[in-house]
Design a protein around this ligand. Structure first.
Ligand SMILES: Cc1ncc(COP(=O)(O)O)c(C=O)c1O
Length: 396
């Protein structure tokens, strides 16, 4: 089955969300919202992944791009989830398809979420809100800067309300309390908010990456490769939980061939110290699916979950030399744009593991590029690439 056919829309269900244009100020009214079911998993008994409400937000499947053969070992492939389309792309588009599907199905009239000042998740939620005609509120760490840049600038452009808390960026607990307080305040105001925890990392959000795992394996099969590993950046854990749930599902279907290792590169200490529980999140996602396997039901165990914590550096969002090197290497070997908080550290982890000889020279390793582009345009968004004037000069 060709990739276009895999994502063919077979059924449209209009949920008639049309009357909040006054809140977003669209003179032409809010768009009608469509929830889609699709046949991408036809032939695979994946339970309700096919029928759960899903808002059509992402451009899928994303490309699986052939990269260079690494000096220290495997062939690199890059899964371009930075190109999911929604609000300039990134991994959250996949989660938001299911999160917003749930929001619309329950009749929500606004979205609330929370994140660090330069949160990609918040920016993409703002874009989803704009697409679906849902008023969107973002609870952000830090104070309002004099000038909005990067993700904040885009969130503002997408029409979201930005609520600056003054809370430092890695104080996830305090930020969550602020989100809950805002949710209650908006409810008291008569709204019906759908409130999304940090990173969209709920069992519903993780479903997006269950689907992504299957999508990736199907692309590998079409290319005739059996990946030794799928490596990616992990923070709030929803991407990780979805991928290991997808692996368990794939395994339970008795798919032939060796299964890839799923290797998360951690970038936030709070997560690494035990929150969230990836095994629990993954199994809850599988329960939502009501997924059953050919022999036994798919289950994720602790043995499926690996987080390599060596690439965080001092803490979340504090640049590291390894990430900066990985950013420059990626830009100059694939034209891939990585950021210093997430995908740069993730790629540093992938390159580091390869340099340590983890994978054989004839292995294929996939790095999921989870996005992060807008932060590149915030102050100090890119490392010092070269002394000014080294690669450029002024023509007379
Ligand atoms: C660019 C980027 N990569 C990776 C991640 C990590 O994803 P998750 O929160 O699902 O672990 C994030 C989360 O915000 C992100 O913005």
């Amino acid at each position: 089955m060709g990739s276009e056919e895999r994502f063919e829309v077979i059924d449209h269900m209009c949920v008639g969300h049309t009357n909040n244009s006054h809140r977003n100020g669209h003179a032409w009214g809010a768009p009608t919202v469509w929830l889609t079911a699709n046949v991408q998993f036809e032939g695979m008994p994946m339970g309700r992944l096919v029928t759960l409400p899903r808002a059509d937000l992402a451009t899928l499947p994303t490309p699986l791009e052939r990269g260079p053969h690494l000096e220290a070992g495997p062939r690199l492939w890059v899964k371009r989830d930075d190109l999911t389309g929604l609000g300039v792309g990134g991994n959250k588009a996949r989660k938001l398809e299911y999160l917003c599907g749930a929001a619309l199905a329950e009749g929500a009239d606004c979205l609330i979420t929370v994140g660090a000042g330069q949160s990609n998740h918040c920016r993409m939620t703002a874009a989803a809100g704009a697409r679906l005609g849902l008023e969107t509120h973002l609870v952000l760490s830090g104070d309002r800067p004099d000038q909005l840049v990067g993700n904040q600038l885009l969130s503002h452009l997408f029409g979201a309300h930005l609520h600056f808390t003054g809370v430092p960026s890695a104080n996830w607990g305090e930020l969550e309390i602020a989100r809950e307080a805002l949710t209650e305040a908006l409810e008291a105001d008569g709204l019906h908010p759908h409130s999304i925890p940090i990173g969209g990392s709920t069992p519903v959000g993780a479903l997006g990456y269950v689907a992504a795992f299957v999508e990736t394996m199907e692309q590998c099969a079409a290319l005739g490769i059996e990946p030794a590993a799928i490596v990616f950046t992990s923070s709030s854990g929803g991407t990780h939980a979805g991928l290991v749930a997808g692996l368990a599902l794939w395994r339970s279907q008795g798919n032939p061939g060796p299964l890839p290792e799923v290797v998360a590169i951690g970038v936030a200490k709070g997560v690494v110290l035990g929150l969230p529980d990836i095994v629990g999140l993954a199994n809850d996602a599988l329960k939502l699916l009501g997924a059953t396997g050919k022999g036994s039901s798919p289950v994720v165990t602790a043995a499926d979950v690996e987080i390599d914590t060596r690439w965080i550096g001092e803490d979340y969002a504090i640049p590291t030399a390894a990430a900066d090197d990985a950013i420059i290497w990626s830009a100059r070997h694939g034209g891939w744009v990585l950021d210093r908080t997430y995908s740069g550290k993730g790629m540093a982890g992938m390159l580091g593991n390869a340099a340590e000889g983890r994978w054989a020279a004839d292995a294929d390793v996939i790095f999921i590029h989870t996005g992060g582009l807008p932060a590149v345009f915030a102050p100090e968004g890119v490392p010092d690439v070269a002394p000014a004037g080294e690669l450029d000069h002024q023509l007379p």
